[in-house]
Design a protein around this ligand. Structure first.
Ligand code: SF4
Length: 282
């Protein structure tokens, strides 16, 4: 099926839903007007992916904000002392070795433990509130991140901002970091030895920030945090635990740009995360 045909079909599905209204398996009631808006964004987002980098800049300005229903969802049961698929020790917690993110950054920003240190433009440490209750973890810096030294900038970053806005959050209220601090060449997947060297840095960031919830964005991040080799689809739709911290898995924003079919699932994930975030923060 060609990309354009797929866009039309996806949009049509959402329009049909908007006319009838349905309850999803997670109990979310789809609001008709907002589903129409989501359908429009699916078409727009797909066109962004199919455009050149220069065209996409212009295209993105016209992309409708991710703005779908904010209806309440039932909060799922969090893992108590164990979970079926996590490989990380549950409930153990971790004591931070550094007093602050600043001192940790100063200690590691010249790192050359793996070959990526030699090819990076900028070290991409993390951004956001050092006391955030919600921490997002991605895979590795891309081209824009490597140039700017900040995680989740560029098109995927802008989409993340829209996703956050849809659950009434901004970048400054959360903390964002990646598994790797340096960009893999040509945005290839991180290699296991690179993640092995770099993962302790993320562990320390988590120990310093002490988030109440971790949101893992994409397969690479999921597999690193949960220490397994499972596909993302097998890790979604349930709560996991990282060192006793509730962890939810969802799609990486770049994956949403490549495949708008994932957007609905991401939205359902984000509603569940929002509900739990509000509960834990109240
Ligand atoms: S990717 Fe991580 S381990 Fe490798 S050089 Fe960069 S900071 Fe060091």
């Amino acid at each position: 099926m060609c990309a354009d045909r797929q866009d039309v079909d996806i949009a049509e599905v959402f329009r049909k839903v908007s006319r009838t209204g349905i309850g999803t398996s997670s109990g979310i009631i789809i609001d008709s007007k907002r589903v129409d808006m989501l359908a429009a964004e699916i078409v727009a987002a797909r066109s962004v992916v199919m455009s050149s980098e220069a065209k996409s800049e212009q295209s993105e300005k016209n992309t409708t904000e991710m703005n779908v229903t904010k209806s309440a969802t039932a909060t799922p049961a969090l893992p108590s002392s164990s979970t079926e698929i996590t490989g990380i020790q549950i409930g153990a917690g971790q004591k931070a070795e550094f007093k602050s993110l600043d001192s940790h950054f100063e200690n590691i920003c010249e790192c050359q433990k793996c070959p990526l240190g030699a090819t990076r433009t900028k070290f991409v440490y993390g951004v956001g509130s050092p006391t955030a209750d919600l921490m997002f973890v991605g895979e590795a810096p891309g081209k824009n991140e490597d140039e700017q030294g900040e995680p989740f900038v560029g098109r995927a970053g802008k989409l993340l901002d829209k996703i956050l806005a849809a659950i009434d959050l901004t970048r400054s209220e959360i903390y964002i970091a990646n598994i790797l601090k340096c960009r893999p060449p040509d945005n290839r997947d991180p290699q296991s030895d690179e993640m092995e060297h770099c993962f302790p840095y993320l562990k320390e960031q988590i120990a310093i920030v002490k988030p109440k919830i971790i949101v893992s964005l994409g397969r690479i991040s999921d597999q690193s945090l949960l220490q397994n080799k499972l596909a993302l689809g097998k890790m979604r739709d349930q709560w996991h635990s990282y060192q006793g911290i509730p962890l939810r898995v969802t799609y990486h924003p770049a994956a949403l740009l490549r495949n708008p079919n994932f957007k609905r699932g991401c939205w359902e994930d984000m509603q569940i995360i929002q509900a739990e975030y509000k509960r834990l923060s109240s």
